[in-house]
Design a binder for this molecule. Sequence first.
Ligand code: COA
Length: 134
Amino acid sequence: MDLIYTSSLEGITPEQLEGFFVGWPNPPSPQTHLRILKGSSHVVLALDGERVVGFVNAISDGVLSAYIPLLEVLPPYQGRGVGSELMRRMLEQLEGFYMADLPCEPELAPFYERFGMRRAAGMFLRNYARQAGS
Ligand SMILES: CC(C)(COP(=O)(O)OP(=O)(O)OC[C@H]1O[C@@H](n2cnc3c(N)ncnc32)[C@H](O)[C@@H]1OP(=O)(O)O)[C@@H](O)C(=O)NCCC(=O)NCCS
């Protein structure tokens, strides 16, 4: 499988972003997904031809901290190292920051530990009425 990894959103259209947010009751549309990516400080995409098959984004203050809100690989592409490559490339981009944080379910912790990340407790708020974006 020859995937291309890129941090550029140039030329990316909503049509290339179909199929993400699997299992979300009220998912962002592909148009909103593109807005999310454009509003992020850091992005890595995995492309199979024209189709985006995986992505990760980060939001940063540009000085100390970065937060990784979303990482997803389309189901048919999972389990082939795509998520790992996206994370590896993202953490490389965030290397200069003091902190890079992300919340995850406990069962995914071993996946993130592979990249040297450590477990921590955290707190969060969710406004489910805004799950599709504001
Ligand atoms: C998590 C995710 C990004 C991993 O991407 P991927 O391309 O399948 O990952 P890789 O092929 O690089 O690595 C697979 C490893 O991830 C781990 N993994 C993936 N999903 C997992 C899950 N739900 N629970 C536990 N481990 C999981 C497995 O341990 C697997 O290990 P293996 O290589 O020993 O089989 C992908 O499963 C996904 O998109 N899941 C849905 C969205 C999601 O949960 N995102 C993370 C939000 S914190």
